[in-house]
Design a protein around this ligand. Structure first.
Ligand SMILES: O=C(O)c1ccccc1N[C@@H]1O[C@H](COP(=O)(O)O)[C@@H](O)[C@H]1O
Length: 223
């Protein structure tokens, strides 16, 4: 109970981050892909530095969100923004993921964008090709424009097959896409992901909302 990891994604404002320091958040995400939530490496460096002020229970890991980045560009951002984890939201190959780990020394979370909202949900890539390479598998709803951050759920019935595959390979399975303070407990109760990831669902008028963030984290840790 209460051990589901939580990632809050799309942080842009140092003041919001400061207001979160007492929350048991495991990962903080910064978006470097084209998005209204995009941050520059300089902004992310300032935000990452703020994580050291965290109070409980451990300092969150910093995660950079990318869609089909160039390796050299990625290397420069990882160094400047002091990222612990690279989240790859595009069609990055297993070989690319391996190169990121070997050359940049970060962990890699690979995203499967779920293409359809029916029971036969198909994912954008064959996850089995990433066995032994990646450090986490993340399911998110396919977004045709940005690749993620859609604010929409996918058919959760497809989760167990991916969760069991991830666990059989010793890595965590994260779920994103349209999560809210009001639906995340149901997701955890029914499908037991190792982690949950939210951006749109903890915003008001497109801006991160500390009350929604606190409510979301509370629901996750009580589920
Ligand atoms: O948040 C974005 O703008 C974004 C853009 C491009 C790729 C991924 C993006 N965010 C990721 O989307 C999910 C959160 O989705 P939701 O907004 O809660 O539905 C999460 O994995 C973010 O890292």
């Amino acid at each position: 109970m209460g051990d589901t990891a939580v990632k809050i994604c799309g942080l842009q404002d140092v003041e919001v981050l400061k207001s979160m320091v007492n929350l048991p958040v495991d990962y903080i995400g910064f978006v470097f892909a084209p998005s209204r939530r995009r941050v520059t490496p300089e902004q992310a460096a300032l935000l990452s530095a703020q994580l050291k002020a965290w109070k409980t229970p451990e300092i969150p890991q910093s995660v950079g969100v990318f869609v089909n980045p160039e390796l050299e560009e990625l290397a420069a951002i990882v160094e400047e923004a002091q990222l612990d984890v690279v989240q790859l939201h595009g069609q990055e190959s297993p070989q690319f993921c391996r190169e990121v780990k070997e050359r940049l020394g970060t962990r890699v979370f690979k995203v499967l964008s779920v293409q359809s909202l029916n029971e036969n949900s198909e994912a954008s890539i064959n996850h089995e090709l990433y066995a032994g390479v990646i450090d986490g598998l993340l399911l998110d709803t396919f977004d045709p424009v940005y690749g993620g951050g859609s604010g929409s759920t996918f058919a959760w019935e497809g989760i167990p097959a991916y969760r069991d595959w991830a666990r059989n390979h010793g890595i965590p399975l994260f779920v994103a896409g349209g999560l809210l303070p009001s639906n995340v407990a149901e997701l955890i109760d029914k499908y037991s992901p190792d982690g949950v990831d939210v951006s749109s669902g903890v915003e008001s008028d497109g801006v991160k909302d500390i009350d929604k963030i606190a409510a979301f984290v509370g629901r996750v840790k009580q589920a």
